[in-house]
Write a protein that binds this ligand. Structure first.
Ligand code: K7E
Ligand code: CUA
Length: 655
């Protein structure tokens, strides 16, 4: 309480200073005197305005500093959008940074009655036979290595799928399912100009998909796949371009190259022991070898192999066998049981993290190219060359225990999450003193700072951190545990996102936020890069079932099929009575003819599990079987006007 009052007082003072500074444009001489007086009173005159909430302010406790950096006054807007993946909730959460306020939820792989997603015919068709997905890694579309604000992609770790969200209306527009990829985890990372998105098998299965082979035949019959998903540059439409047949490892995380490495994709993999021994615990059997692998795929070479017809087709997918198409895939040793792989903004440094090693491995991409050119191989696995580790690694950084993922600030620093240590380590990217690189003790000096997080961090994300030019001001730690950090809500508690300031030498914890399950990864984009539209303007989003006036409404029957064209507008439906016979198949096309922002109308039929919602100017369709006779009320679910409660009608089902 005491602290709160202190903050409020300081905030009041701060606001006062800010107002004075704004006025100073007009009353410079007077204000100069006042400012001097304020300085003398010990309150910093270093207000930099909302856009540059940077720098540690003098004379204030950290708590005040954190409050000033994260407090967005009512009515003011955040600087960044943060898109959190929702894990097995199948959704994406949208928050503002630095306030960390939750703004919206975008349903992707799971139905969400709040927006009617998964209830209308269009989204039902996208979801197909599945009612959930495991959303792990969101990725922005990029142009020349910078976030272009067009689309957001996200993978489904459960079902070999990838989805595209249009950032002009924050809605899921496509879900692509591809064959042969079992558990798509190393996804959905975008290449420099969104030529491709990555996909990869996390849990190898017999190839092709649907083949039966006992786990005793794991080493020979089971296979992994890494795949390239082509993105149509005009409309974002995704399609499968190629698959590459890989040894039965677990392909974990991926990333796409930049600049010098822009033709390449990277993944980590574990269980290079290629075993699945019943009852022997994978955690044990997959941790035998001292090193697993970094996987490198040249997608330009994969394109060439496809163009040359050097592939076979399985379940409709063009599959390249790297043993028969050299020059596409390479391995390099990577510290035991790796998880994350992250390409630095320059594209030259590839950072791999081995969960069971207290170091991250920094590869030099120039050395990788040289090793490939010189055929500097230390081994070969299923026809795939393994580059000599000593030739391609630049250094190993002793970051701490349980390194998982790495992000960047654009000033030559990297930030690695430490799951076991519950901390974030800040360290310096190369160059290093040549005398230091082979001495773990000497490398310690390049670990510049460490900050504890609460608790057990997985991913972390910095502002525009996957682009060529990260902003270097904010970092969000995505933690698996949050106990004791919020009011208790029983045995299952939320995950947490902790905002950390990274604009100074030392990292500073600024704010605790919480989310539903489970934000594996998130991406952060400058707010001004997104320009979502406000209504579906009449004529701009053609839909063959759209109608715009009461005169155009209709109920037509052909055999046992009934089609209803309906409008919704404050505060009525037309038609408001639908008469059908028991056993009819009824399709309602609902157009919300409003052209005012946020004037949504819902259409729910009681006891029929019908719940669709149309945004202003949008048309949605729903088809159901009128299999229960009687009278069923329908009504608008979104509070739309003072007479919203009156917005209702009846479905009459004749026996
Ligand atoms: Cu949870 Cu990227 Cu799927 Cu790491 S992953 S934590
Ligand atoms: Cu329309 Cu409530």
């Amino acid at each position: 309480m005491k602290n709160n009052n202190k903050i409020i007082n300081l905030l009041k003072k701060e606001e006062g200073v800010r107002r004075i500074l704004m006025l100073s444009k007009f009353f410079v001489p007077i204000v100069a005197i006042i400012c001097l007086a304020v300085f003398a009173a010990g309150c910093g005159g270093d207000e930099g305005g909302r856009g540059s909430r940077g720098g540690q302010t003098k004379g204030r406790s950290d708590i005040t500093d954190a409050a000033l950096k994260t407090y967005i006054p009512p009515g003011d807007l955040d600087e960044y959008y943060l898109f959190y993946s929702g894990g097995h909730s199948g959704q994406i959460y949208v928050a503002g940074v630095p306030s960390m306020r939750h703004i919206s939820t975008i349903p992707v792989f799971s139905p969400y009655s709040g927006t009617g997603y998964g209830f209308d015919n269009e989204s039902k068709e996208m979801l197909g036979e599945y009612s959930w997905g495991d959303a792990h890694h969101p990725a922005f579309s990029e142009t020349a290595g910078e976030y272009d604000g067009r689309w957001l992609f996200i993978n489904d770790n459960a079902q070999g799928r990838i989805a595209r969200i249009d950032l002009s209306d924050f809605k899921t527009k496509q879900i692509l399912k591809i064959p042969n990829v079992s558990a798509n985890h190393g996804s959905s990372f975008a290449t420099e100009n969104t030529e491709y998105l990555t996909m990869a098998t996390r849990m190898s299965v017999p190839f092709p998909e649907g083949t039966y082979a006992d786990v005793t035949e794991y080493a020979t019959k089971y296979k992994g796949i890494v795949a390239g998903i082509k993105v149509e540059p005009t409309n974002g439409d995704m399609s499968l371009a190629w698959e590459i047949l890989m040894p039965p490892f677990n392909y974990d995380l991926g990333d796409a190259g930049k600049s010098i490495s822009s033709d390449w994709m990277f993944w980590t993999c574990y269980n290079t022991e290629r075993e699945f021994i019943e009852g022997a615990k994978l955690e044990v059997t997959a941790s035998q070898r001292d090193k697993d692998f970094l996987v490198m795929v040249n997608w330009k070479e994969a394109e060439k192999a496809i163009a040359a017809g050097n592939y076979t087709t399985h379940k409709g997918a063009k599959v390249i066998d790297p043993a028969k198409a050299p020059g596409i895939v390479y391995f390099a040793g990577l510290a035991k049981s790796p998880h994350g792989v992250d390409v630095a903004p320059s594209g030259k440094w590839i950072i791999g993290s081995g969960k069971l090693s207290p170091t991250t491995t920094i590869y030099n991409f120039e050395k990788i190219l040289k090793a490939i050119e010189n055929k500097d191989y230390e081994d070969e696995v299923d026809g795939i060359p393994v580059l000599t580790y000593e030739s391609v690694r630049e250094a190993e950084m002793p970051v701490g225990l349980g390194p998982l993922h790495t992000q960047f600030d654009g000033r030559g620093n990297a930030y690695t999450s430490l799951f076991v240590e519950s901390a974030v380590a800040k360290w310096k990217l190369p160059p290093y003193d040549p005398g230091d690189v082979n001495d773990a003790k000497k490398m310690e000096k390049y670990v510049l700072d460490k900050i504890p997080v609460a608790y057990n961090i997985g991913h972390l994300v910095s502002a525009e951190g996957d682009s060529k030019s990260p902003d270097g001001n904010y970092l969000v730690a995505l933690n698996k545990l949050s106990k004791g950090r919020h009011l208790s809500v029983g045995p299952s508690i939320p995950e947490s996102g902790q905002l950390i300031g990274i604009d100074g030498e030392k990292m500073k914890l600024l704010y605790d936020a919480f989310t539903e399950p489970e934000p594996h990864y998130a991406v952060m984009i400058k707010a001004d890069k997104l320009k979502p539209f406000e209504v579906y303007k009449k004529g701009e989003h053609p839909n063959k079932n759209a109608i715009w006036s009461p005169e155009e409404t209709s109920i037509t029957r052909s055999g046992k099929k009934v089609e209803v064209k309906m409008i919704a507008v404050r505060s009525f439906f037309a038609p408001d009575v639908i008469r059908v016979n028991k056993g009819d198949e009824v399709t309602v096309h609902l157009t919300n003819i409003e052209q005012t922002r946020d004037e949504l109308h819902g259409f729910a039929i009681n006891d029929y599990n019908v719940n669709i919602i149309a945004d202003p100017g949008e048309t949605k369709s729903v088809t159901f079987k009128a299999d229960k006779s009687g009278v069923y009320a329908f009504y608008c679910t979104n509070f739309c006007s003072a007479l919203h409660q009156e917005m209702q009608g009846y479905l009459l089902v004749k026996p």
